[in-house]
Design a protein around this ligand. Structure first.
Ligand code: SF4
Length: 288
């Protein structure tokens, strides 16, 4: 397998075969993210990807999930991605799920017909980073898309039949925008209606622009209770029937899990209990 650099995948892809079809992130502008800063974005050719797939096939007798890395496999030309998906069907007939990250821009650039076709050929799940539904927050961190654009991207994916998992980032609005961040994120999620909502809490990573702002005091990170209050406010305003909410990432102060809308009150109680007991994970939001 020709893996280049550090390879990232969502927690739920821990047991998937990682097939690196692109290297890096085609966006790579977000001021809080350093995942792909060391990589210059490029793609692996179809031939290279098929060689890797064959190598994996020769190595493993059973592969039930494949994750197409890196940050944005959907940026791949549709006709080439179809060749890869067809090869997966042929070589790995037991594969139950093929998934990838998708940036808002790559989803918006693909036509609805292209997204439908990719889904028909086996791409079944997409992970989309909303981070925040607040335009001021998104502009501040150079996300490269507005909330309305990300919602539209997610709606296109849902319309094509993908299972959609959306990531949000607690604390991204700082102390100043915590309220707007919570309410606008709830609104965007309610409009997009993802199947899964994954919450992570912001880590301020040395070397990023956000770290500089944190160090010079122009970005103030909310504390644990403020973060939990932010999550609670957001959860109270999400309308997404059947969506599974998870905050089981190590970055979070508390692991919360529930299913909307029925489980909303229970999730709020989980947060209230954590706040009143002070029983939450010790974490350092920066390793300065
Ligand atoms: S789009 Fe995602 S992977 Fe790319 S820079 Fe932003 S947060 Fe990082």
């Amino acid at each position: 397998m020709r893996y280049e650099g550090a390879v990232y995948r969502p927690p739920s892809e821990a047991y998937s075969l990682i097939l690196q079809v692109t290297v890096g992130c085609s966006n790579n502008t977000c001021t809080f993210c350093n995942m792909y800063k060391a990589k210059t974005f490029h793609i692996h050719t179809v031939e290279e990807v098929l060689e890797d797939l064959q190598e994996a096939r020769d190595m493993y007798t059973y592969i039930d999930r494949i994750f197409l890395a890196d940050g944005d496999a959907l940026v791949y030309k549709t006709e080439d991605l179809l060749k890869i998906l067809d090869a997966i069907k042929r070589l790995v007939p037991e594969c139950q799920r093929v998934s990838s990250y998708a940036t808002p821009r790559s989803l918006l650039l693909k036509s609805q017909e292209e997204l439908d076709l990719l889904h028909e050929h086996g791409l079944s799940m997409l992970y989309l980073g909303l981070e925040s539904g607040c335009d001021e927050v998104l502009a501040h961190v150079h996300k490269g898309a507005t909330a309305a654009e990300i919602v539209l991207a997610g709606q296109k994916a849902k319309k094509a039949g993908y299972t959609l998992s959306v990531t949000i980032l607690s604390g991204l609005g700082g102390v100043e925008k915590t309220r707007e961040h919570a309410l606008d994120t709830a609104k965007a999620l309610s409009e997009m209606k993802p199947d899964y909502i994954g919450e992570m809490t912001l880590n301020i990573i040395p070397g990023t622009k956000l770290y500089e702002e944190y160090k010079n005091g122009t970005f103030v990170m909310p504390g644990p209770v403020e973060i939990l209050e932010e999550t609670k406010r957001m959860i109270q305003h999400i309308d997404d029937e059947g969506a599974v909410f998870r905050s089981n990432h190590v970055s979070n102060y508390v692991n919360i899990r529930g299913t909307f809308n029925e489980g909303r009150d229970d999730m709020v109680r989980q947060i209230d209990r954590a706040i009143s007991s002070g029983n939450f994970r010790v974490r350092h939001y920066t390793n300065m």
